[in-house]
Design a protein around this ligand. Sequence first.
Ligand SMILES: [Zn+2]
Length: 337
Amino acid sequence: MTIERLQPFLASSYENFPKGRTIGVVVFRTTQSETIFRTEGTGEPMCSEYVQAGIENTESIPRLVMTKRKQIAPERRKGREFLRSNGLLYTAPKSNAICALNTNAPCEMCIDCFLYGFAAGGEGAQKSRVWTEDAFSVLPATELTGDRTINAIFENGTMRDEKGNPSTALNTSEYIKPGVHFLDIVTFKDVTADEMRYALGNILLTSRYGAVSSRVGRMENQILGVFGGIAELPSSLELVQGVYDKLIADGKPIEHPFNTDALVSVTQSVIANWTNKRGISMQLSVDELNELIADVDRHWDLAEQETFLNRLDKTYESLRKVKSESKKRGRNGNQEE
Ligand SMILES: [Zn+2]
């Protein structure tokens, strides 16, 4: 069983103190439609950064950036949809409202709060045990974006009014083209097997990213590698740089659209020797990886989901009790002062 191979790098139950058990996941993200990553309504250009093209190729190129926040917010929301539908989001003591993201009142009791952490609350914060970093496009940003001018459409369904006058442009917006590839490293620290299934499920089930709209932002996530160790994998920047060097060495043209299968196999060859790096002990084989994904799918299946989420939720039960008792003690203490 795949999960057993990962056992040395998994926690057997949730603990408050870190023990250095690290699982690194290589995520390959491909846009399936026009996608927009920027702060909505600010008119800012698309998020990109000048970085070294490769590790050996030292010229600078602009790369599109998918920030940590753009990745993790939709993925957390995905998991929380299922927590909500199974009644596993709790009432936040501070606001007396159901746990919500990006408010000052997380419930501090649900699976999401325990795994991804929270920053508010009277008794300090829970650190996230799912670490993300900025993901970079493999190819230069200049190849990967387009501009779309949006014109007003008249009620007759055309861009000319009854007198034949053309409509004016409402605005021009920059977008990321379909078929753009991002490479990304996600790190799980001291998670249990079920927590790993939960977090992997969130990555695999999320299909919309970026500026929220019904028509854009479709993205497909694939998991290309899972590693166990006591240290983090190389960064996602090092990964795209390694892939870029290999594409150049193989004489592949660096242009969009890039064949997805070809890029997957180049990426797999780059990560294949990562187990030689310090602190990284093992990589799941292709068969083991497929088995792990099938295991995650099985747990998230509609028939299994309720049992799985309830089992995971129960693992925090004793910690919730400790918390409410310490709150009581705190109150009594205050009264004595
Ligand atoms: Zn919560």
